[in-house]
Design a protein around this ligand. Structure first.
Ligand code: PTT
Ligand code: SF4
Length: 610
């Protein structure tokens, strides 16, 4: 009898909630064993669902769906495991979009008995989705519409309790601004490629989650012991103390020294005022430290901004809203950061958009006068971008759309790949990192392969095959495993926490042993399906979409370590071809039929007609 019984993988709630806001209908659905085995969770669940259900639609129409997905590690008492993926068809890029957010909503969702939430349709009026264990309700939120994320968070905490899991959007998402993001806990942001606008298009102001159950793990005692050892190992690491002092801001000086700091819209790689705003200055102004649940590496450094309000700073935010727009006062940068968080705007795309406008002004391509480092104009632009009005409207749809609207050669310095703005690493002298941005599955994000540190420490200026192989290894670990498990990668990246722990965690959670080779295979399946998704949604999609802007190939820096250098276009293309070969994609970057068959994705070939 027992051999006939279906084997159910532990560690998952095994169900998701589906909410149709048009029909005000809630259903609970089983997550199949095949889904868990083949896609693990998080990003894996999200792309499978989008592939199956979200086909060739307008991302801001009610036909789009937004997915909040956890993985087997999410919400567990394990290092930095309070993460969740938010995914959708992106209104910014038109392809697959996601982000990874640290939030109590991840912990509560798992405790409420779900691995994911799918929201579809559109509510007639502004609403919030309330999930409390078995109870799932769509509630009116008219009075919250228009409030910024701090104000709305205050109201929601008062109503539902400080410890609730709250995911919400600001006015930018309400105005369907494609560079808007989802916020949580006054400073966590997730979903760079316009996930905020997708929520806004559904009139969904917030998702509140409260769970009081437990996750059905295979061996709780073992997991607890492993978690304890993990936390201890992290605390004992040599780099732990410095990390706790500066967090991601420790990258600021390093980038400047190596000529990678995005400066004046990625024109330069060093900023003459860098010492006035680096990690040591952050330490001076530091008033608090925040972070995600389950984490003993809390990296949200709070300082008081230029108006004495609290603002949480990360390297990307400072790089893009500081040097990239020529602003040198850290407390003013913090103020722009705080505004971005209130409006629910992605700081990376925002800094890129403002830098683009400043350069357009300098070149006389637009008539408005917006000087580098002009703080007052930057503040005004944020308000305009957040509402899609004035000159800010030009970049509220991203710099790709702005350059298409402006013309006059502005595409050469519109700093994006696939329509997503480049995060804060200037790659004139880093061909491997340029390829990483080129091939990232959501557009130019560093999340999938931050190869730059390895590249600079090894053979920085080379274009050899080993670099491409390393890039794929990073993508498998970061974009494949960490995004689907779903857990923060920073313990591994920043304090060298052992990767060997993760298969052990998975075994204690699910009862099944997986090797890193098995996990790589899952990652490859996810990457190839995302690739197929881009192709299906954008028929003209192909190789040209994997190439960074001309600026990196043609306009060398005038100073710093990589003065005079650019990326060699021919050798970049050779690396890209080798990348496709390793991935089993053709010369145009489209998955080959035999690759789809090998990864168990044979049915995908039919939709791609290959
Ligand atoms: C991430 C991107 C980043 S990456 C930063 S700073 W970074 C920016 N932060 C923003 C912010 O703040 N406010 C705002 N309005 N917009 C912002 N946009 C930018 O968003 C984040 C951390 C960080 S801080 C990083 S590197 C790591 N990213 C992880 C990842 O992607 N996956 C993973 N498994 N673990 C990660 N750990 C780290 O998480 P997106 P968070 Mg983020 C104020 O969401 O869309 O992926 O974009 O989630 O909870 O804020 O943690 O120097
Ligand atoms: Fe969150 Fe930072 Fe901890 Fe990662 S290291 S879980 S981003 S607080």
């Amino acid at each position: 009898m027992s051999s006939l019984r279906r084997s159910i993988m532990k560690g998952y709630a095994g169900k998701s909630v589906r909410v149709n806001l048009s029909e005000r209908k809630v259903t609970k659905e089983e997550i199949s064993e095949a889904m868990k085995k083949d896609f693990l969770g998080g990003r894996g669940f999200a792309i499978k669902l989008l592939w199956d259900e979200v086909k060739r639609i307008d991302p801001l129409s009610e036909k789009n769906k937004i997915i909040f997905a956890t993985g087997p590690l999410s919400g567990q008492l394990l290092p930095s495991a309070g993460k969740m993926v938010i995914a959708s068809k992106s209104p910014l890029t038109g392809g697959y979009g996601d982000g990874n957010i640290g939030t109590m909503a991840s912990v509560h969702l798992r405790k409420a008995g779900y691995d994911g939430v799918v929201v579809e349709g559109k509510s007639e009026k502004p609403c919030i989705l309330m999930i409390e264990n078995e109870r799932v309700e769509i509630l009116d939120a008219v009075e919250l519409w228009g409030k910024n994320t701090f104000e709305a968070q205050d109201v929601l905490e008062k109503t539902y309790g400080r410890n609730s899991g709250i995911l919400l959007i600001g006015p930018a998402g309400e105005h369907l601004v494609p560079i808007s993001t989802v916020m949580s806990q006054r400073g966590r942001a997730g979903g760079r490629p316009g996930m905020g606008a997708v929520m806004g298009s559904k009139h969904l102001k917030a998702v509140i989650i409260k769970g009081s159950g437990s996750i059905p793990n295979f061996d709780d005692e073992k997991l607890k012991a492993l978690g304890k050892k993990g936390y201890e190992e992290i605390k004992g690491k040599e780099s732990y103390d410095f990390w706790m002092r500066q967090g991601t801001m420790q990258a600021f000086d390093w980038c400047n020294e190596n000529g990678c700091l995005p400066t004046y819209n990625f024109r330069e790689g060093v900023f003459e005022f860098s010492k006035e705003m680096d990690g040591y200055i952050l330490e001076k102004f530091h008033v608090d430290r925040k972070g995600c649940p389950m984490c003993n590496m809390q990296c949200g450094h709070v300082i008081k901004d230029a108006e004495d309000q609290r603002a949480e700073l990360d390297y990307e935010n400072v790089g893009m809203l500081g040097p990239n727009i020529g602003l040198k006062d850290l407390r003013q940068v913090a103020m722009l950061n705080r505004m971005a968080d209130e409006w629910g705007l992605d700081t990376i795309s925002l800094g890129s958009g403002i830098g683009f406008l400043m350069e357009a002004s300098e070149r006389g391509v637009i008539s408005e006068k917006i000087g580098w480092g002009d703080f007052a104009s930057a503040q005004r632009l944020i308000r305009e971008i957040g509402t899609g009005e004035g000159v800010g409207a030009l970049v509220s749809k991203g710099v790709k759309a702005a350059s298409e609207a402006l013309g006059k050669g502005s595409h050469r310095w519109a700093m994006h790949v696939k329509g997503l703005e480049i995060s804060a690493y200037n790659c004139h002298g880093c061909p491997g990192m340029a390829l990483s941005f080129g091939t990232s599955p959501i557009g130019a994000s560093h999340k999938d392969a931050w190869i730059i540190a390895w590249e600079i420490a090894t053979d920085r200026f080379s274009y050899h095959k080993e670099k491409v192989e390393k890039l794929i290894e990073f993508q498998r670990i970061r974009g494949g495993f960490f995004e689907s498990a779903t857990v923060c990668r920073l313990p591994w990246v920043e304090v060298n926490f052992g990767l060997h722990w993760y298969p052990e965690y998975l075994e204690a959670i699910t009862g099944e042993r997986k090797t890193w080779e098995d996990l790589y295979q899952i990652g490859d399946r996810i990457y190839t399906l995302i690739r197929a998704y881009w192709k299906r949604e954008i028929p003209q999609f192909g190789r040209a979409w994997d190439v960074p802007p001309d600026r990196w190939f043609e306009e060398p820096h005038s100073q710093g370590k990589v003065k005079g250098m650019t990326v060699d276009r021919k050798r970049y293309e050779e690396m890209l071809s080798y990348y496709y070969e390793l991935r089993g994609w053709d010369e145009n970057g489209i998955p080959r039929k035999e690759t789809l068959d090998r990864l168990g994705l044979s049915e995908v070939a039919r939709d791609l007609t290959i």
